[in-house]
Design a protein around this ligand. Structure first.
Ligand code: MG
Length: 157
């Protein structure tokens, strides 16, 4: 068994869709990003790659590469799982926390878990997604950024 940790953050700006765990969350602001800016999946990808010591999301999917402009992060997650599989690694469970001041994410958490379960090929019972606010602290607390943290446990053949 190997454990990995991932973190991501994006500034929130007008005119972008807020996508978290593949779910479009109605909101006036969305992440400024080269891809769809799904911080939950980006943190998760880094946790998975980190567990296997296979680099990070920026190395696998460089933001300078136009193929990744506005791409769904679910596609990036699926490709990450292919990289893991080639290396003889399988994800076992993940735990993640999204930090966002508003809106409340509780209505969307089950769909996020379901999406991640599909993309990772593990049961939703092995996928934990939590949401917190930052109590007004910093850019995230002012509603101008979104952050996510994730850990992943991976089994090696
Ligand atoms: Mg990101």
């Amino acid at each position: 068994m190997r454990i990995g940790f991932g973190y991501d953050s994006h500034r929130l700006v007008p005119g972008r869709t807020l996508i978290l765990g593949g779910v479009s969350v109605p909101n006036a602001l969305g992440p400024e990003a080269h891809s769809d800016g799904d911080v939950l999946i980006h943190a998760l990808i880094d946790a998975l790659l980190g567990a296997c010591a296979l680099g990070d999301i920026g190395r696998l999917f460089p933001p300078s590469d136009e193929r990744y402009r506005d791409i769904s992060s679910r596609i990036l997650l699926a490709r990450t799982l292919e990289v893991l599989s080639k290396g003889g690694f399988r994800p076992r469970n993940v735990d993640a926390t999204i930090v966002l001041e508003s809106p409340r994410l509780s209505p969307y958490i089950e769909q996020m878990r379901s999406n991640l379960s599909q993309d990772m090929g593990i049961p939703a019972t092995a996928i934990s997604v939590k949401a917190k606010t930052k109590e007004g602290l910093g850019l995230t607390g002012q509603g101008r950024a979104v952050e996510a943290y994730a850990v992943a446990l991976v089994e090696e053949d």
